[in-house]
Design a protein around this ligand. Structure first.
Ligand code: PLP
Length: 256
């Protein structure tokens, strides 16, 4: 029987990121995808022009109507758009403490558009603290969360521990923005050990890599993999897909 997963994330009309990409990843890995939009973005493959966050009431209404109909086995939270939807996110998290919950803290697009208010980061942290299975920040997001510059593996490890303490949950820092090397390394800190996940750096910048990875991790967790294996498998899958993107727009997109 197919299991349903839910993504609570931003709508990207290019389908290169956000909830429509998440749905494709869920399907690829054998799940039925449900999707609640948090915000409508006006964007194409290479630039976010603006975003219109939806209200907490609406997000919660979407959720309640799905919840009376579907059994949900795992939830991925992506772009939130605004601190205003956090009360809805908190309620959804509180009602689903026993299933895998993966949070991708989408704060700013690569083109520079803010996708969450920096000044409300503390509220974001408070909402997820101690309640989620994994947080998956990239380097700029990790810097914003810790207030520290991160440019090498040692600093990534320090940041991963700091973020673990802040959110009281495992943290996977994505090293895609590390400069200089032909490999990139993601660092997972699960509260006890650091796990390095090394992968080849690819020349192509593909839109939506963070969304793809966090959705794939959720799928593997719901399939019963432990956290380390789920991150490793999702990272390998993301790497394979990054090597073979669709090129029908200015910026490459995932082929799913
Ligand atoms: N739009 C949405 C809905 C997203 O979820 C994200 C990133 O996760 C972005 C835009 C930004 O994507 P990028 O940094 O690839 O431009």
């Amino acid at each position: 029987m197919k299991k349903a997963l839910l993504t609570v994330a931003g709508f990207d009309p290019s389908s290169g990121a956000g909830l429509t990409l998440d749905l494709k990843v869920f399907r690829l890995l054998g799940f039925y995808g449900l999707a609640i939009p948090t915000s409508l973005t006006v964007q194409n493959s290479y630039r976010v022009y603006r975003q219109i966050p939806l209200s907490a009431d609406l997000v919660l209404d979407f959720y309640r109507k799905l919840k009376i109909d579907f059994k949900i086995y795992g939830i991925k939270f992506g772009m939130m758009g605004s601190f205003r939807i956090l009360p809805a996110v908190k309620k959804i998290i509180d009602e689903n403490k026993k299933i895998p919950l993966v949070v991708d803290p989408v704060l700013q697009s690569s083109s520079g558009c803010w996708l969450f208010e920096e000044k409300h980061l503390k509220k974001f942290i408070k909402t997820i603290k101690g309640r989620i299975s994994l947080l998956t920040p990239n380097l700029p997001e990790s810097s914003l969360l810790t207030g520290e510059k991160i440019s090498n593996i040692e600093q990534m490890k320090k940041a991963a521990r700091k973020i673990f303490d802040l959110v009281e949950a495992p943290c996977l820092i994505k090293g895609g923005h590390l400069s200089g090397e032909n490999h990139t390394t993601d660092i997972l800190f699960d509260g006890q050990q650091f796990i390095s996940i090394r992968k080849k750096k690819l020349p192509e910048d593909v839109h939506g890599s963070g969304c793809f990875l966090s959705s794939a991790i959720l799928c593997y967790l719901v399939q019963g993999q432990d956290l380390i294996t789920a991150c490793q498998k999702a990272s390998r899958l993301t790497g394979r897909k990054l090597r073979n993107p669709v090129k029908i727009s200015k910026r490459a997109l995932f082929q799913v």
